[in-house]
Design a protein around this ligand. Structure first.
Ligand code: PMV
Length: 328
């Protein structure tokens, strides 16, 4: 009745931006990401506890944060088809900076896999990915390592909307992602709210959906060939298009700040000098730089020169895994 899982976050190379179903968290388009090590979240779930308790990163979770965790465990209870009793959840992130990189993808992936294991359900990456998706969309791509593709699916019940691994972490071991923390502050508009506003008000949204869907197979092909330059260009193009559709929303949504733009400008100059480094950007001001092992030190140096207060150098990460040591 107790299980512990470690999962890694992922960074989308082709982003997910916008839901067609808010309750089930079904996207309008497919997306593709890379799971990242060494950062991770560890979560222990135990059923049969005296009462429902949720502790996240050393604090008792409250309100909507607690509700999201307990709602996911209600899904586990439904899948198990029996009364598992109240649950105790403890989750801790090993993120080497105070804030900046979303821990929710790793957190919900770890919760989904640990929840199913604690309930005695068999290991099943598809079922875990669907469950993780119900916690936070991008979490469905953190159940497995390497390059994972979240297929949008067609069904209204979401049973065909989950992530599959296209290439494992070993496929492109030389790839590096360098997280540049320019701003540690909480973002003003959460992804959830930002994408909803964009879907509802941006006139560019339909074009985003069509374009992003078409980029996924192209990205897959470039990853197969390990073509860093073409993949870097695709990532930048896709990030710009996600941010452009958001800028065109009403009210407009701008996640970039002047330091973000400064770093992007600097990357271009570095590329002219032959440094192979490109960026991607989620719903916040902190870019993630794409490069190779030979240039990760240079990528860190240029991020720091552009004002990064913290830098995390990441390599392709592995699957969410069950641990024998529990958090309580
Ligand atoms: O899964 P959420 O609700 O945290 O949304 C993630 C959205 C982006 O990070 C901007 C893009 C992505 O695909 O991860």
């Amino acid at each position: 009745m107790k299980a512990t899982v470690r999962a890694h976050p992922n960074i989308a190379l082709v982003k997910y931006w916008g839901k067609r179903d808010d309750a089930l968290i079904l996207p309008h388009q497919s997306s593709l990401s890379l799971t990242l090590e060494p950062i991770h979240v560890t979560t222990t779930v135990e059923f049969g506890a005296p009462s429902d308790t949720v502790e996240l990163h050393g604090h008792a979770a409250k309100g909507s944060e607690r509700d999201r965790v307990l709602r996911l465990l209600d899904q586990v209870r439904a899948q198990a088809g029996r009364d598992l009793g109240p649950a105790k959840v403890v989750s801790r992130g090993d993120f080497p900076m105070a804030a900046g990189l979303a821990s929710s993808a790793a957190g919900f992936a770890a919760l989904a896999v640990a929840g199913r294991a604690a309930a005695g359900l068999p290991q099943d990456t598809r079922a875990s990915s669907i469950l993780a998706r119900r916690g936070s969309g991008s979490a469905c791509r953190s159940v497995q390592g390497g390059f994972c593709e979240w297929m949008r699916g067609e069904r209204e019940d979401g049973e065909d909307s989950y992530a599959v691994q296209r290439f494992d972490a070993g496929h492109w071991a030389d790839l590096r992602m360098v997280v540049a923390i320019l701003d540690r502050g909480e973002k003003e508009v959460k992804s959830r709210d930002g994408m909803k506003n964009t879907v509802e008000t941006s006139p560019y949204y339909p074009a985003w959906v069509k374009d992003a869907e078409a980029e996924v197979p192209r990205a897959r092909e470039l990853i197969a060939k390990k073509d860093l330059e073409a993949l870097g260009e695709l990532c930048e193009r896709n990030a710009w298009r996600m941010h452009s559709t958001s800028l065109a929303a009403d009210p407009p949504l701008c996640y970039l700040n002047s330091a973000t733009l400064g770093l992007i400008q600097h990357l271009r100059e570095q590329r002219k000098k032959g440094v192979p480094v490109w960026f991607t950007l989620d719903a916040g001001p902190n870019p993630v730089l794409l490069t190779n092992a030979a240039h990760e030190v240079a990528a860190e140096a240029l991020a720091r020169a552009c004002g990064a207060v913290d830098v995390v150098r990441c390599v392709p990460g592995g699957d969410a895994t069950l641990l024998t040591e529990h958090l309580f």
